[in-house]
Design a protein around this ligand. Structure first.
Ligand code: PEP
Ligand code: MG
Length: 660
């Protein structure tokens, strides 16, 4: 038995998606896993609902008891999952930050003065402004036609419920087929991620178990489902944390779907919603929202919901303004013909006057102009006024982000972090599994370049299958290339997979955490040996350009020698800043020191660029600073020719480069 203590770094704590993801991953293990909150409440971590009910917050220290034959691997997964702020959230923006499509826009003041009439205040779920005709979604209240069944009916009622569960799953699968995706709108995979977590909740033993017990106690399946759902939703509603309270909406959405199947009652069809409308609802679950053809919806208004509810997250993901928690009655909604959703001010205006409509039309036009102004840069290859061509590429961590990067006008991938592929799994990915991912990525961007980084894990982010020693300073320890060179059994499948994927397009590979020339020579020899093995086995493959990340002061100070060994440098400003300044990148107390614009860090970047220029190789920047517009000019002046960043930052950066 292993007992471990962990501080939960997951953003907003163990809410629906992280809980569903953790429970799902842990089900792959034989060991039992019990999680104990700081308040002493404990539950099986293999049940997402039980986990959610513990109400574990970000920053809370929990105890985990793991018992079984694979307890060590399970412990690794738990440690890793709980220490990852984005665990379970990879595909969607949960942070409240504005994602692409709903970028913060500085709107020019319009000719029409703001009308004095104030709107009805709710909370902003997603920024931006929209106005249009109303599509009201208020499904009829679901009421069970009977409460009690005969003893003899119990077996049939149990199978009726199980069939309904199956049907619910089929609904989900049918609604999320690739063909359906095109019809329903863009970016669906991100929304699907949320809905998939809800499906896990629907199938969770806590929820399902309570319903089955209710039926065994002679309850009608629909009546019991509605009752169990209501009790569970009110348990969440009573929680002190706002984020957890918002999960009640998820439970109600799942309950509504299941009960409607059991009662044979159709919910209103959101698939046939009219074009350009504003969807207004009393209480819309993320599940229902996922059925809406998003291209037809301008904005969203809800009586229920909050900024942290899943509909809000989805609205932000799709770039649709949303105001939630609006104090209106259903009758008010029914009476609305047109409506303004002001996601910036968190208010709505029902049936706006001509003056109000003119004001908002002005705002919407200004937003559109700014956005379409940026859209112009999608296919543009940006050059500075001095004629320097700058590549603006994407930083990616999974294949799911490819489309987003392409839509954002990425000129390739400047950093593909392979860590995700190794995390959240009970064992290491083998060569074929890695080959499938790398070749799909490289082919998707061909002929544009794709820079894949070799594994950069360390003591702070362990991976199942690699035993990490306990280290005093993991960031100064056995991480990145240091670990890979010591563990050929881990490195070999990755290098061979990369050599094979190189046939699919324009692949470049880079190595993180280099601090000695000898490390680069060893990596090159290792790649050669892998290529020879593939050759001997008759496996098709091709060589790739090799580069290194400049992240340590040692690499900067030996940049001339390193440049002689490789085809390019990519400056990892996140780590370079922390190592130059001796300031932990995750420690907010010393954030005044952790600054890439510090003269010492800028000097390190300049020295790197000068060495690269002497050797005639190119230099990119792939740390967060690549998207810092205040640093753009100095990067370009120093000789950086590639900037790699999150997709959302690409268009504004292309625009700025063109204006330099
Ligand atoms: C960096 O250090 O700047 C970098 C891009 O790598 P990571 O953030 O993955 O350490
Ligand atoms: Mg780094």
């Amino acid at each position: 038995m292993i007992t471990l203590e962990a501080t939960v770094a997951v953003k907003e704590g163990l809410h629906t998606r992280p809980a569903a993801q953790l429970a799902k991953t842990l089900k792959l293990f034989d060991s039992t896993v019990e999680l104990k909150s700081s308040k002493g409440k404990s539950a099986s971590a293999k049940s997402s609902v039980k986990l959610m009910l513990l109400g574990i917050k970000e920053g809370e220290t929990v105890q985990v008891l793991i018992d079984g034959s694979d307890e060590h691997d399970a412990a690794d997964v738990i440690r890793r999952s709980l220490s990852d702020p984005d665990f379970g959230l990879e595909l969607s923006d949960d942070s409240g930050a504005i994602v692409q499509g709903a970028m913060p826009l500085e709107v020019e003041p319009t000719a029409v003065a703001k009308p004095a009439h104030a709107g009805i205040k709710g909370v902003s779920g997603s920024r931006g402004v929209a106005m249009g005709p109303v599509h009201v979604y208020i499904p009829e209240k679901l009421v069970a036609t009977r409460q009690v069944i005969e003893v003899g009916e119990i077996p049939d009622e149990l199978s009726r419920f199980r069939r309904a569960l199956l049907q619910l799953e089929q609904r989900f699968v049918a609604a999320h087929q690739p063909a359906g995706d095109a019809a329903r709108g863009k970016d669906r995979d991100k929304g699907d991620d949320i809905v998939r977590a809800l499906l896990d909740v629907a199938q969770d033993e806590e929820f399902v178990g309570a319903i089955l017990r209710g039926i065994e106690g002679q309850g009608d399946a629909a009546a019991v489902t509605l009752r169990v759902g209501a009790v569970l939703a009110s348990t969440f509603e009573a929680m002190p944390d706002e984020y957890m309270r918002a999960r009640a909406e998820d439970i109600r959405g799942v309950t509504r779907q299941l009960a409607s199947i059991l009662l044979g009652q159709q919910l209103p069809d959101l698939g046939s919603i009219r074009e350009h409308c504003i969807l207004v609802a009393n209480d819309l679950s993320a599940w229902e929202f996922s059925r809406v053809p998003i291209d037809r919806v301008q904005g969203l208004v809800c009586i229920g919901g909050s900024a942290t509810s899943h509909v809000a997250i989805m609205a932000r993901t799709y770039g649709r303004p949303a105001v939630l928690g609006v104090p209106l009655s259903e009758a008010d909604l029914q009476a609305a013909k047109s409506i303004v959703v002001d996601g910036d001010a968190g208010q709505v205006i029902i049936n706006p006057t001509e003056l109000e409509a003119a004001h908002y039309r002005g705002l919407i036009r200004a937003e559109e102009e700014l956005r379409s102004g940026l859209a112009r840069y999608r296919d543009l290859v940006p050059h500075t006024s001095g004629g320097r061509r700058i590549e603006v590429a994407a930083n990616l961590g999974s294949l799911a982000e490819i489309r987003l990067a392409k839509e954002a006008g990425a000129m390739g991938v400047g950093l593909f972090r392979t860590e995700l592929l190794f995390m959240q799994r009970p064992s290491l990915p083998n060569e074929d599994e890695q080959f499938a991912v790398y070749s799909e990525l490289v082919a998707a961007f061909n002929p544009l370049p794709v820079v894949i980084r070799t594994l950069d894990i360390g003591g702070d982010k362990p991976v199942a299958g690699v035993e990490f020693p306990k280290e005093e300073n993991p960031f100064l320890g056995w991480r990145g290339v240091r670990m890979c060179l010591d563990r050929p059994d881990v490195f070999r499948p990755q290098i061979k997979a990369l050599l094979r994927a190189s046939l699919s397009g324009n692949l470049k590979v880079m190595v993180p955490m280099i601090s000695a020339v000898e490390e680069v020579r060893q990596v090159k020899a290792f790649i050669e040996a892998c290529a020879l093995e593939l050759e001997a086995d008759g496996v098709p493959h091709a060589r790739f350009e090799l580069g290194i990340m400049i992240e340590t002061p040692a690499a900067v100070l030996q940049a001339d020698e390193l440049a002689a060994e490789v085809a390019f440098f990519s400056i990892g400003t996140n780590d370079l800043t922390q190592y130059v300044m001796a300031a932990d990148r995750g420690n907010s107390q010393i954030s005044r020191l952790y600054r890439t614009d510090n003269p010492a860090v800028k000097k390190a970047i300049e020295l790197t660029c000068q060495a690269a220029a002497r050797a005639g190789i190119w230099v990119g920047v792939c740390g967060e600073a690549a998207a810092d517009h205040k640093l753009l000019q100095s990067f370009v002046e120093m000789g950086v020719t590639e900037l790699s960043m999150s997709p959302a930052a690409i268009l504004p950066t292309k625009k700025l480069i063109s204006e330099l």
